[in-house]
Design a protein around this ligand. Structure first.
Ligand code: GDP
Length: 464
């Protein structure tokens, strides 16, 4: 049941990224949000202004009378707000000191510091969005390409939720029917009839889940990126190739706060597919020290990749190191790039074809951008062979948590079918059907545990 007012206290945080900027926003949510802001605000009486208005004024320290910033204050009244609570956004000038000062004043006048993701958590707990939609908020913020963004928006719009809710309703209907049949048997063969009903529904829901899971592979890549490494011995043209890939669309570098450079994540947008680059530190040339990737380090990168781009030098004969790398990548999805085809050919291409089990070989000259289009096309084809263009409007599962739960739900239905085949009593089979219903409910948050909610929202950024 959706709530319009809550027992929650009033929370506040800076919702814009830390640092200097053109503007920064202190957000306050809760029953007392407007009251707290009013204590600090010199301008109109915020308690009296209409909802969804933005108001010019100043933030003043009520104790000293000292001015902290010149601001615009947005007033949004419950329930039609992001959190469904009273919501205030103080638009500050964007200076670090002034914004922190405004936040401190808010915190010492009745609000408490929000936890990461707490505004969105309230949107969920107050029933404005369900759990999968809350997760989509984060996905949208973190989207690396336009396609990733579209998938997140579709989920935020509730397309996945609707589908899951339909499945759950169908299961509930059949469970209710089973109850009725058991409690008020109209016919002698009620057990047979009920089994038939359960079997039909289990098969139907199973097929729909299988259909949905078909989108998982692509969906997960869109959300999390495709771990990709560029492998090859020194000087074959790895960094030139990387630069080519980065050419049209600069890498999106995600710095994980509070961590070292090692986990810096870099993404390249290849036709909407976010390639998450593995170990580019070894490829990028630093100014004076050229760091070479050793074979051992390459093997490590290969291991953690979904896709390997193996670069060979077409202007030289195959070396032992090339052979070793061909071998090390043989179990992986890979594309072999014969680089430097602008120079006289020395590499025996037939030999390479023989060694690479018919894997795709692309001829390129990174120095001239040659072969880049072929490479991009091949990457998109390899991972989106079913045609992502067509699936854009359909529902997609992108999130590993959802995929895991759908697999569990699918398994529970298989247990239902097996139970029926084995002639198990209907009331036992019903238990598996109910498990399936529960698993699906965990996706939307209709059935959830507090720890899960805490853990999920703690991954959000502060102020969201
Ligand atoms: P890495 O060590 O594998 O990263 O190789 P680099 O990208 O640094 O390239 C090594 C050298 O080969 C550089 O001097 C590049 O300019 C040159 N190079 C890279 N790609 C090509 C190419 O397609 N043709 C030619 N002729 N030279 C290339």
């Amino acid at each position: 049941m959706a709530l319009t007012t809550t027992d929650f206290d009033t929370i506040a945080a800076i919702s814009t990224p830390p640092g200097e900027g053109g503007i920064s926003i202190v957000r306050i949510s809760g029953d007392d949000a407007i009251k707290v802001a009013d204590k600090l605000y010199r301008g109109k009486n915020l308690d009296k202004v209409a909802s969804n208005t933005i108001n010019y004024g100043h933030i003043i320290d009520p104790e000293t009378g000292e001015e902290a910033d010149e601001v615009m204050v947005s007033v949004m009244r419950a329930p039609h707000t992001y959190t469904k609570e009273n919501l205030i956004e103080i638009n500050c000038h964007g200076g670090i000191v002034a914004t922190n000062k405004v936040l401190q004043l808010v915190l010492s006048n009745g609000a408490r510091m929000a936890e990461p993701g707490e505004f969105t958590k309230r949107a969920f707990l107050n029933g404005r969005i369900d759990l999968s939609q809350s997760e989509a908020v984060m996905d949208l913020i973190e989207a690396k390409t336009d396609r990733s963004m579209k998938a997140a928006i579709s989920q935020l719009d509730g397309n996945l939720s609707h589908l899951i809710k339909h499945l759950r309703k169908d299961i509930l209907d059949v469970l209710a029917q089973v109850e009725v049949n058991i409690d008020y048997p109209e016919y002698d063969d009620v057990e047979t009839m009920t089994s038939k009903l359960l079997r039909e529904k289990a098969k139907d829901v199973h097929a729909r889940i299988v259909q949905l899971l078909k989108t998982a592979k692509q969906g997960k890549i869109l959300r999390d990126g495709l771990a990709t490494s560029i492998i090859g011995r020194p000087n074959v043209g790895k960094s030139s190739l990387l630069n080519n890939l980065l050419h049209e669309d600069k890498a999106i570098v995600t710095d994980v706060p509070g961590t070292t450079r090692d986990v810096l994540e870099e993404y390249v947008n290849v036709r909407g597919v976010p390639l998450k680059l593995v170990d580019t530190a070894g490829i990028r040339k630093t100014t004076n020290k050229v760091e070479k990737i050793g074979v051992e380090r390459s093997k490590k990168a290969i291991q953690s990749s979904d896709l390997v781009l193996l670069v060979l030098n077409a202007s030289e004969e195959l070396t032992d190191e090339d052979r070793e790398l061909i071998k090390a990548t043989s179990g992986k999805k890979r594309i072999i790039i014969l680089n430097k085809t602008d120079l006289p050919l020395k590499l025996d291409i037939a030999q390479v074809n023989g060694l690479t089990n018919g894997d795709k070989v692309i001829q390129a000259a990174a120095i001239k951008d040659d072969g880049l289009k072929d490479l991009e096309e091949q990457i998109a084809k390899m991972f989106f062979e079913e045609g992502i263009e067509n699936s854009q409007n359909d529902v997609m599962v992108t999130n590993a948590r959802h995929i895991g739960l759908l697999n569990k739900a699918k398994q529970a239905l298989e247990d239902v079918l097996k139970g029926l085949d084995d002639g198990m009593p209907v009331d036992l089979v019903q238990i598996d059907m109910t498990r399936c219903w529960d698993f699906l409910g965990e996706i939307t948050g209709d059935s959830y545990q507090d720890e899960l909610i805490d853990q999920l929202f703690s991954q959000f950024c502060l102020g969201k």
